[in-house]
Design a protein around this ligand. Structure first.
Ligand code: M6R
Length: 595
């Protein structure tokens, strides 16, 4: 969701190359417009090149532009104002003295507009432009740093900002609250971006800006301040290029590549968390969890579905009660908590704004928080008491696949670390990896998808743990194929939704649990009787000869890791069949950094 990249250097590197290659690396976050501002040395002025559409458009637009030592760029995911060239970033202030790119949402922009900017003329409908206009207004009375600080103090909401004062082509100003921003440096200059990935190749070390902070960056001189203009410490860390970069290789799409990586992700997790055949998690985490009287799992989207599976595993393995909550609901309507709650935030990106809102509230109450994330350098990893890394490698496709598998695997290790009688985690997870591998080696789902998904809607059904897979399968299908899909508890369908079943409506059933397999099969009969076109995904132990997809057995608590894989591929092929942009589905972002 919105990407920012800025570069200021010593003339050895062209800012255009750094910024545009950074923006390309951030494309996976999801966006609808792009733009860049560069210094034109011949005319001694900054120019803006922007439009709706892909970064490639800006690459083409700027092909003949002379090299520049400074530039800022942006990919926009529309929040305020339509997807148009005027609303794309960068934005000017009224006199064009200041140029700005912004990620986040300024909640009080309308109040600020009517209080301070009644007489200003605006070029766009965005909340961002208000920031540029405020800086310009205050610059009439103060120096630039004070004008920016005065503006920042008025802003309510989230922002990662880069600002250029066109009368000073040697400085980039940066500021952050809630939305992520990292600054990297090398001998060639300073790169500032919303994601470490954009720094790869251009910086050797980086530091993450903290909330309510402000940076003044020159090619060889970087200063960081709080909003009182007091200097802040900058704690630089080394960039591990292997951990943050990701190449597509021979795959047509990242989603397909990431689906195929799942067995190796599981094995990596075992190598990181299992020693001498026993699950090993930081003792402090285990002690805090054991002292708590209830675990609260908070997450969004796919990560929340992993949370449901986690609840099921922790309750069955340890008998500890677990609640799962939608982050965006919990943040503003906290249920009555038990006396000693323990919080687990599950998040692939570690940047989800809804979860950050929860974290801030829970920390205010002094409760312990663990973040389970794929990005150990993320905000939610940094700000929780502890974090557990997913080790899934960068996940680029917007549709989460390998991170989901990794979340369940890590939750399984965690649940087993809480008990004196753990399962053989290494053996059970290896069985899962083998089952997925053997399915992927022989899968031939493209034809099934062709037949099934020319329809306008679809249902996934399952009971117990399979219900969670139905939810995840349905989210995956709708987000990349745009087919209206619902995931249902199989027994619940007959209480209303069965009214939607008509001739050839696809109903896909997941059957991994022996005890309730017959109940799901009866529910299938009910929809078959109404004309549904059914597809059955089962394990060997729950299968019947005519089932469509039969997967190798694994432990029943881990079945969601196996049964979800054919559903991921069905979604992939459905989107492929429809000729859609699989890795960057419309309207979606990889890191959802606004609430
Ligand atoms: O980075 P997070 O795991 O916190 O993201 C949560 C959701 O936005 C994410 O899972 C979303 O639902 C995915 N696009 C699903 O594929």
């Amino acid at each position: 969701m919105c990407g920012i990249v800025g570069f200021i250097g010593n003339n050895k590197k062209d800012a255009k190359d750094v910024v545009l290659s950074g923006l390309k690396k951030l494309e996976y976050r999801g966006y609808d417009s792009a733009g860049i501002s560069l210094f034109d040395q011949r005319f001694e002025t900054f120019k803006i090149y922007k439009d709706f559409g892909r970064v490639q458009k800006i690459v083409d637009l700027t092909q003949k532009v002379d090299p520049s030592s400074i530039g800022i760029g942006h990919t926009r995911w529309a929040t305020h104002g339509k997807v148009t060239k005027d609303n794309a970033h960068p934005h000017y202030s009224e006199s064009k003295r200041f140029i700005i790119v912004h990620n986040g949402v300024i909640e009080n922009y309308e109040e600020l507009k009517s209080q301070y900017l009644k007489n200003s003329n605006f070029y766009s409908e965005t909340d961002t432009e208000v920031i540029a206009q405020l800086i310009e207004t205050f610059s009439k009375s103060f120096n630039v740093e004070t004008a920016i600080l005065t503006t920042l103090k008025l802003l309510e909401g989230s922002y990662a900002l880069l600002v250029i004062d066109t009368s000073d082509p040697e400085t980039i100003y940066a500021a952050k609250n809630k939305s992520p921003l990292v600054l990297g440096k090398s001998k060639d200059g300073v790169t500032i971006a919303s994601d470490l990935m954009a720094l790869v190749g251009y910086a050797n070390e980086y530091f993450a800006l903290v909330d309510h902070s402000f940076v003044v960056a020159k090619a060889k001189n970087i200063k960081s301040y709080n909003l009182l203009h007091e200097p802040l410490q900058m704690n630089y860390l080394k960039i591990n290029q292997d951990e943050v970069s990701a190449e597509l290789g021979t795959y047509q799409h990242y989603m397909l590549k990431e689906i195929y990586e799942q067995p190796s992700v599981i094995r990596r997790i075992v190598s990181k968390y299992v020693f001498d055949d026993l699950p090993k998690i930081d003792k402090q985490i285990i002690n805090q969890m054991k002292q708590s009287d209830r675990i609260y799992i908070l997450a969004a989207g796919t990560s929340m579905h992993a949370g449901y599976v986690g609840k099921r595993m922790v309750e069955e393995i340890t008998n500890m009660p677990v609640e799962v909550h939608i982050a965006s609901e919990f943040a503003y309507h906290m249920p009555v908590l038990t006396r000693n709650p323990y919080f687990i935030l599950i998040t692939q990106s570690g940047e989800t704004a809804d979860l950050r809102a929860c974290l801030l509230k829970v920390k205010k109450l002094n409760h312990p928080v663990l973040t389970i994330t794929n990005v150990k350098t993320s905000t939610l990893a940094r700000e929780a008491d502890h974090y557990l890394e997913l080790f899934a490698g960068p996940e680029i496709a917007v549709a989460s696949t390998k991170a989901y598998i990794a979340q369940i695997a890590v939750l399984y290790v965690l649940a087993n670390s809480l008990t004196d009688a753990p399962y053989d985690v290494k053996y059970e997870l290896e069985k899962v990896a083998k089952s997925i591998e053997s399915f992927l080696d022989h899968q031939n789902l493209a034809n099934i998808a062709h037949d099934l998904f020319l329809k306008r809607n679809c249902f996934y059904i399952g009971r117990d743990i399979d219900y969670y897979t139905a939810l995840e399968a349905s989210l995956k299908l709708k987000e990349i194929s745009y087919i209206q899909t619902e995931g249902f508890a199989a027994g619940e369908l007959k209480h209303g939704t069965i009214a939607l079943i008509e001739n050839n409506t696809p109903v896909i059933a997941i059957i991994s649990n022996k005890t309730i397999a017959k109940n799901t099969r009866s529910n299938l009969k009910e929809v078959l009787a109404r004309g549904a076109q059914t597809l059955i995904i089962s394990l060997e132990k729950t299968s019947q000869p005519n089932d469509d997809i039969i997967l190798k057995d694994c432990h029943e608590l881990l079945a969601p890791m196996v049964t979800v894989v054919p559903t991921q591929l069905l979604s992939y092929y459905a989107a492929l069949e429809r000729g859609l942009d699989i890795d960057k589905p419309r309207n979606l972002a990889k890191s959802v950094t606004v609430e």
